[in-house]
Design a protein around this ligand. Structure first.
Ligand code: ASP
Length: 309
């Protein structure tokens, strides 16, 4: 495969296993590049990349900004706090305004499911979904796959347990699409009230008992409790989440002896994960996920703008 046959990257939905492998292979070169002293390529020189973030972000926004700059793009961040969105402008009006400024690629994060798709429909340039509500977060799932592939040498046949707030997590949604496509054996673990009932888990084993759920897992992926997307009653009834679903050393013993621990961030230390597990360089790949995220996003920016250069 030599080209990526899609104009946008809106989700893992709609991608083939070959499309995914293509992006992961493309990302490899940028990991080595980013470890070098001089990190400046000029393939996006003269192109304008707009990062429009309507929802808070640390890693993803900064990662896309660094990725674009290392490829030579002019990167402009659209700050919602300082924009007319606060004056009541609709998402589509904002998108049309951004489009009129002729960006060459738009990266968008928004709290509504489907926002990236709606925006892509009115834009003349490629759009990357950097997280839409509870919808998808495709670059996160891709960087997770890249991290697993590099640490474990493969994805096919890996037993991956995705744990915690599955219901509200777009990271889980994208990973639940991507990982089985590449041949991983995925299961989810979490309290009943945080497991989706909409068919998303069809064919995916679900466990409410943590130790049982992670038994023999090669990868234990922890997720943040997304209180901002929960109804108050649900948030209030979660009780002592850490006592039942927090990843501790004691619990990790139920996974495979060399199980890799992952978390997309931001972490709630002492809630879904114990600090000393998160910080263990042998077992935790959390900072590698961040490093690989920049490389993966460079690959996406490069691949999606090839026909504009
Ligand atoms: N950073 C990830 C996201 O934006 C995960 C999280 O927020 O918990 O979806």
């Amino acid at each position: 495969m030599t080209a990526f046959p899609h104009r946008h990257l809106l989700g893992i939905e709609g991608l083939s296993a070959d499309d995914i492998r293509f992006l992961l292979d493309e990302a490899e070169q940028w990991i080595a590049f980013n470890r070098g002293r001089r990190k400046q390529d000029d393939r996006l020189a003269g192109l304008t990349q707009v990062n429009a973030f309507f929802e808070n972000s640390t890693r993803t926004l900064f990662s896309f900004e660094i990725a674009g700059k290392r490829l030579g793009a002019q990167v402009a961040n659209f700050h919602v706090a300082a924009s007319s969105v606060k004056k009541g402008e609709s998402l589509i009006d904002t998108a049309l305004t951004l489009n009129a400024m002729r960006p060459d690629i738009l990266v968008i994060r928004h709290e509504q499911d489907g926002a990236a798709r709606d925006v892509a429909a009115v834009m003349d340039c490629p759009v990357i979904n950097a997280g839409d509500g509870r919808g998808e977060h495709p670059t996160q799932a891709l960087l997770d796959a890249l991290t697993m592939r590099r640490r474990k040498g493969r994805i096919e046949g890996l037993k991956v347990a995705i744990c915690g707030d599955i219901l509200n997590s777009r990271v889980a949604r994208s990973n639940l699409k991507l990982l089985p496509m590449l041949g991983a054996e995925v299961r989810v673990v979490g309290p009943e009230m945080l497991l989706p009932k909409d068919g998303r888990l069809d064919g995916i084993p679900a466990f409410t008992d943590f130790n049982e759920g992670i038994a023999g897992a090669d990868v234990v992926m922890m997720l943040r409790i997304q209180r901002e997307r929960m109804e108050e009653a649900v948030a209030g009834s979660l009780g002592d989440f850490h006592a039942l679903y927090g990843l501790t050393w004691e619990r990790l013993r139920h996974a495979a002896p060399d199980a890799l621990v992952m978390h997309p961030g931001p972490m709630n230390r002492g809630v879904e994960i114990e600090s000393s597990v998160a910080d263990d360089p042998e077992r935790s790949a959390i900072t590698e996920q961040v490093e690989n995220g920049v490389a993966l996003r460079m690959a996406c920016l490069d691949v999606l703008t090839r026909d504009r250069r």
